[in-house]
Design a protein around this ligand. Structure first.
Ligand code: ADP
Length: 469
């Protein structure tokens, strides 16, 4: 069990090439993390490969029990993990943020311990007998982003371990401390080599993908990097699961009660201060309820405290990095220049030390605006007016991303009918972005391919083998 200080001491380093980590809310230094070389990567891969046969030779029940022990270890150090996460990533301890993320890590480990992927007799008659087994891939490469650095790592580590694989994980260079802290807690339980971590930026990720010993790469990040990973995977035919960028539409039909849906709309869009792959990023509201929905959202959003994550009062935090702050800022400025109406926010203090972008609602914006067409990945929601369902379906489908979408209506059948027409891996009804460890999750179109979570997630880190005869 760690405290914040003992955990930080375990994962920060003074010697060798390091990267300084600063708090995105205050600019205060937190510590420094190692920046690994390709030689370090080679060592990590070799250790993970060497550990794999013994790990795979354990019984499934042993690995299930180990996952449960990992969940207990996460729970025991939950507050220390949440503090590291909050200080490095920026997300508040409270709200659906740091403590929530650490709690999700423990739940995902437990759910992956509970799932079952039995062998399947696929043919058993006079024509023959065939059984489908799922074997470990070997060693899985896990490459993760900076928005949910612990939870997304666990999404990929937990099923990989359960299926008898070892893992080499590369956290984002923006949230290395969070990745190392989580691994430190897990590695107190795991045998040596089962979970290795390498640090660094894109070139280390690229080198990891190109290693012939890595049988599978689980990647969550941008679509541009996903394309590079596909190219890098070609020589070794490395298997891939890619969860890439989204720009999720939410469609509000005219029969809703605006006050009743405002809070779920808000968190659908502003969870993790908008820095979430499957957040609601383009809100389309029917003309009949447009003004009432905008008003209800604005009243609620104005009351949501934003500030330093370790202050218990806050539920919204800073942007994790300056690059993302600038993306949001320029998209909102562009929307203003096009004549859109800023209902709330839109006036950041660009000279402040922390990367705070205020909660922003942009109404009366046209569908062609960059703030609608591009993924803002921050706390600025464009709200587009519509009056024709066919037109709004076309607008929602009119981009290259297809991660999630949502339909909001008092009439479930009407919502489901619209949902079926949307090109997205998940369509939520009257909520947006909720995930569950038993429910498969993956993207359509350029949001990637492959499924995570549930039995499908276990299959994605296994190699099917048919024994026939
Ligand atoms: P984000 O905008 O979420 O940071 P990126 O796609 O840039 O998205 O980064 C996600 C993860 O992919 C990070 O861990 C990053 O270091 C890693 N990465 C970046 N470029 C590459 C690459 N060419 N090959 C493999 N991993 C990469």
């Amino acid at each position: 069990m760690y405290t914040y200080d003992t955990l930080l001491a375990k994962v920060t380093t003074a010697g060798g090439p390091v990267r300084e980590v600063t708090d995105p809310a205050t600019g205060a230094p937190i510590g420094s993390v190692p920046v690994n070389t390709v030689a370090d990567l080679d060592g990590a891969v070799a250790r993970a490969v060497a550990a794999q046969p013994e790990w795979a030779a354990l019984s499934d029940e042993d690995r299930r029990q180990t996952l449960l022990a990992l969940a207990d270890a996460v729970d025991a150090s939950a507050e220390a993990l949440a503090l590291v996460l909050s200080r490095e990533q920026g997300k508040p301890l409270n709200g659906p943020n740091a403590r929530f993320e650490v709690g999700a890590c423990a739940s995902w480990l437990r759910a992956n311990a509970a799932l079952d992927l039995p062998t399947e007799t696929v043919l058993d008659d006079e024509s023959g007998h065939a059984v489908l087994h799922y074997r470990p891939v070997g060693t899985v490469g896990v490459i993760t982003p900076w928005n949910w650095p612990m939870m997304i790592a666990i999404w990929q580590i937990a099923p990989s371990l359960r299926m008898g694989n070892t893992v080499v994980a590369k956290p984002s260079e923006y949230t290395t401390l969070s990745g190392l802290a989580l691994a430190a807690v897990l590695n107190d339980v795991l045998p040596a080599g089962v979970l290795e971590v390498v640090t660094g930026a894109g070139e280390i990720g690229d080198a990891l993908v190109r290693r012939p010993e890595i049988g599978k790469v689980m990647f969550t990040g941008s679509t541009a990097t996903g394309s590079k990973i596909i190219s890098a995977s070609a020589d070794n035919i490395t298997r891939l699961t890619l969860e890439l960028g989204g720009n999720d539409a939410g469609i509000v039909l005219p029969d809703v009660d605006p006050a009743a849906i405002a809070e779920d709309l808000f968190w659908g869009a502003f969870i993790n201060t908008g820095q979430t792959c499957a957040a609601l990023k383009r809100l389309y509201v029917h003309d009949d309820v447009y003004d009432a929905v905008v008003q209800a959202l604005a009243e609620l959003a104005a009351k949501m405290p934003m500030g330093v994550g370790t202050d218990e009062a806050n539920v919204l935090g800073p942007m994790q990095n300056k690059m993302q702050f600038d993306v949001v800022d320029s998209l909102v400025e562009d929307a203003k220049a096009r004549g859109a109406r800023v209902v709330l926010g839109g006036d950041p203090d660009r000279d402040a030390v922390g990367y705070f972008y205020p909660t922003t609602l942009v109404a009366d914006i046209d569908d062609g605006a960059a703030l609608v067409q591009q993924e803002q990945f921050g706390p600025a929601l464009p709200i587009v007016r519509f009056s024709d369902v066919d037109e709004v379906v076309a607008a929602a489908n009119g981009i290259e991303a297809g991660l999630g979408a949502s339909v909001w209506s008092a009439d479930r059948d009407a919502a489901v009918a619209v949902a079926g027409r949307l090109q997205a891996g998940t369509v939520w009804i009257n909520s947006h972005g909720g995930v569950h460890p038993y429910v498969p999750f993956g993207g359509a179109k350029r949001s990637g391919y492959g499924l995570e979570f549930g039995v499908e997630g276990l299959k994605s880190v296994a190699v099917p083998q048919v024994i026939s005869g």
